[in-house]
Design a binder for this molecule. Structure first.
Ligand code: KG4
Ligand code: ZN
Length: 331
């Protein structure tokens, strides 16, 4: 089954053709990072305008790359939420139009289900498993008892982990998106600054806003006192706390649920500290740990095509009444 998938929930316009939920036949990703860098973050209105300008070209390019026409496509998949409403709308309308004109089934995909199923493009997923979803908009622990069955165990109560990386990067003036830069800086820094461990409790929930504020206050204090802050050491101190809290709660969820499979998903799954520490802890606890290739960690349409195959198997389809949803539960 060949699924043509579209993803436009944030600042990437992407189209992919995915075979049987696991083979990425063709993918085109047009990132708007360069445009939003000037503003230190994604500007929703600008993002939707660029999606609108580029979506047709991205779809055509994806078909051309695969040497396909719409006749080769069996279904259309689309991220319908959560995300930026204007950005989502562009993708949803494009997908609905294609499904209508070419008379193909339309498969709605939750963005987080997409991030989770990015793993299936690298290695066939087995169940039960725990998925740790860490991105610019999400920090969630999801239990999957079986194929395309999601039970959210916990989530962030405020900022998402990627968002806090981006904000910390902005405060210390190292650009956008901050995650990859802070990650690189942390590799050469040492743990010098004491930062609070957020929401250090027994729940599966996370909180990053207090940690982010602690970094901001520290930077301002040093600035006011005229003391030079070591940015690499601050990056390392920040990343260590993030890694510690994420690892602790993830391992707890695996043990409590008696599950020995972990998959890591989302843009922040690219983080070397999180990857290395979780891998080590999983080895110590005889837990199988996997994460997607780096190119499938950040937003892309192939992950949506992969998830859509399993959604379709469960009978999940939509009609032309499908609407974009800025916030919607994964269930
Ligand atoms: O999944 P994604 O592409 O978009 C959302 O769905 O949010 O994730 C983007 C986020 C950004 O916040 C970016 O700073 C973060 O992922 N990110 C990282 C790394 N690479 C990307 N955060 C920490 N370490 C990284 N290596
Ligand atoms: Zn995402």
């Amino acid at each position: 089954m060949y699924i043509l998938a579209i993803e436009s929930s944030c600042d990437e316009t992407s189209c992919s053709i995915v075979k049987n939920g696991c083979v990425d036949v063709s993918t085109v990703i047009l990132s708007q990072i360069d445009i939003h860098t000037n503003f230190g973050g994604v500007v929703p209105e600008i993002a939707s305008r660029h999606h609108l300008k580029n979506i047709t070209m991205v779809i055509e390019e994806c078909l051309k790359k695969a040497n396909f026409t719409m006749d080769n496509i069996d279904a259309i998949a689309i991220t319908y939420g959560p995300g930026l409403i204007g950005s989502l709308l562009v993708g949803v309308e494009a997908a609905k139009t294609l499904a209508f004109i070419y008379n193909k089934p339309l498969i709605p995909v939750h963005h987080i289900a997409g991030h989770i199923y990015a793993n299936n493009l690298c290695k066939k997923m087995e169940y039960p498993l725990i998925a740790l979803v860490v991105s610019g908009g999400h920090t969630e622990l999801v239990y999957m008892k079986d194929e395309y069955e999601f039970e959210k165990l916990g989530e962030t109560l405020d900022d998402a982990v990627g968002e806090s990386y981006d904000k910390v990067a902005r405060v210390i003036g190292v650009g956008y998106p901050g995650g990859p830069v802070i990650d690189k800086m942390a590799k050469i820094g040492i743990h010098e600054y004491n930062l609070p461990i957020p929401l250090n409790d027994d729940s599966y929930n996370f909180s990053f806003s207090g940690l982010k504020s602690a970094v901001i206050n520290l930077a301002h204090n040093y600035d006011q006192k005229g003391i030079k802050l070591n940015k690499e050491n601050l990056a390392k101190s920040f990343q260590d706390v993030v890694v510690e809290t994420i690892t602790k709660k993830t391992i707890k969820a695996l043990k409590d649920k008696n599950v020995n499979r972990l998959i890591i998903a989302g843009g922040v799954a690219a983080n070397s500290g999180i990857r290395e520490n979780l891998k080590k802890e999983c080895e110590n606890n005889k837990i199988e740990c996997s994460y997607p290739e780096l190119k499938y960690c950040t937003d892309n349409a192939s992950m949506i095509g992969a998830a859509a195959y399993y959604a379709y198997k469960k009978g999940i389809t939509a009609d032309s009444s499908l609407n974009a949803r800025s916030s919607v539960k994964l269930s």
